[in-house]
Design a protein around this ligand. Structure first.
Ligand SMILES: [Zn+2]
Length: 397
């Protein structure tokens, strides 16, 4: 069964005769304040929620678009709050009470190819041709540790990008996922490829260097991956896991994944003992459920990549000793495995063979893009229209 709650603004207004307000989340506003400001019941919509759902409500950040649909008598009928590009909070009226649920945002993904000759800088070229700052950002950051664009680029050098773009209601939204980036400098082609292990490699099958350690705990096993939404088969509800869990023995040292400044080192709700480190370029890492902090790890202290900051434990809402590790950019949780990682390890054996196969396919696409003089259709990204299919509880797609 598919129900469409919100479609295009006009459609909804026409069909349901409800009024829709679109707003942006204010800086410093918490979910509780939001409920109070709208005269919504805090008991049903916050205090009675389980810890996971409460934690989701903490993901609201300034600037996020949300929509309120009102009945004729001006009372609130529904609210949609997008938590990320996959999951949203849905508050709705049922009889005389309000309900809370986390539901998926439906989108489709398209593979797109962009190819152009450099006008002045790659970033300028990409923005001018596609209108997308996000694409420019991805391209520049993928090469930032291996190439120097400032001295190496000449007008007319070629660039190609193959990436996945999400669409909602026919419009692009969210961060594109880079699959291949190519730049030709001094007649030499440089590549970055997304491998099937979700990591980036260069044309020599070497992992690309970045600013983060691959693992903040040595020898730890990943027990839970990052996901913006997943269906919990036992609880029958949608959840998110905005970090990576590393299972390790209690007391195992935890290292700073990158150099930066400690901005938090104390308890914080379900995180338990938590360390937060602020890095450059708006990045922040979080290390939760620690047994203890390393001596001297205080707010304001500068730490180097690889420096021990605490020890694995199970404080806060945790079922056993593990490190819950998060990476955020400008407050938004991102998948640490998708960020270009540091290591000089080279692929070998079977893994290399499968990479080379993938590389061959990608290179064909890059060559085709270089040969064709295809024009890129500019799209205006919009973030504020929510479209969803409702998956009833227990009937997961
Ligand atoms: Zn976790």
């Amino acid at each position: 069964m598919i129900r469409i709650f919100f479609s295009l603004l006009l459609l909804v207004s026409a069909i349901f005769a409800n009024t829709i307000e679109r707003n942006r989340w204010k800086s410093g506003e918490t979910f509780l304040i939001f409920l109070q400001n709208h005269n919504l019941p805090t008991r049903e919509l916050y205090y009675n929620l389980d810890k996971d759902d409460q934690r989701l409500t903490e993901e609201m950040r300034s600037g996020i678009h949300y929509q309120i649909s009102r009945n004729d008598d001006h009372s609130i009928d529904q609210i949609l709050l997008a938590l990320n590009d996959e999951l949203q909070i849905h508050i709705y009226k049922q009889k005389n009470s309000y309900k809370f649920e986390a539901i998926p945002i439906i989108s489709t993904t398209k593979e797109e190819v962009f190819s152009s000759k450099v006008i002045s800088s790659p970033a300028y070229t990409i923005i001018k041709e596609t209108g997308s700052k996000k694409l420019a950002q991805i391209f520049v950051s993928s090469f930032q540790n291996s190439l120097n664009f400032k001295n190496g680029i000449r007008k007319g050098d070629k660039i190609v990008m193959i990436y996945n773009q999400k669409y909602r209601l026919g419009r692009p939204f969210s961060m594109p996922t880079l699959k291949v980036a190519m730049i030709e400098m001094h007649h030499k082609k440089h590549f970055i490829y997304l491998n099937s292990d979700d990591r980036y490699y260069n044309e020599k099958a070497r992992k690309v260097e970045g600013f983060l350690l691959a693992r903040p705990v040595r020898g730890a096993r990943i027990s839970s991956y990052f996901t913006k939404r997943r269906w919990h088969p036992i609880l029958h509800k949608w959840k998110a896991h905005l970090g990576i869990d590393f299972a390790a023995r209690r007391g195992t040292p935890v290292m700073a994944a990158g150099s930066g400044t400690i901005i938090w080192s104390q308890r914080m709700g379900s995180y338990g003992n938590l360390v937060k480190i602020r890095h450059s370029d708006g990045y922040e890492t979080r290390y939760a459920h620690l047994k203890a902090f390393r001596r001297g790890i205080h707010r304001g202290k500068h730490v180097k990549k690889g420096q021990v900051i605490g020890y694995v434990g199970t404080t806060g809402r945790s079922t056993g000793p593990h490190l819950h590790f998060e990476l955020r950019k400008h407050g938004r949780a991102i998948n640490p495995l998708k960020v270009v990682q540091i290591t000089t390890r080279k692929l070998s054996g079977k893994a290399k063979k499968s990479f080379l196969k993938l590389q061959k396919q990608y290179n064909k696409q890059v060559e085709a893009a270089l040969d064709s003089n295809s024009t890129f259709v500019k799209q205006t990204p919009i973030q504020d229209v929510c479209y969803l299919k409702h998956t009833p509880k227990g009937n997961h797609e």
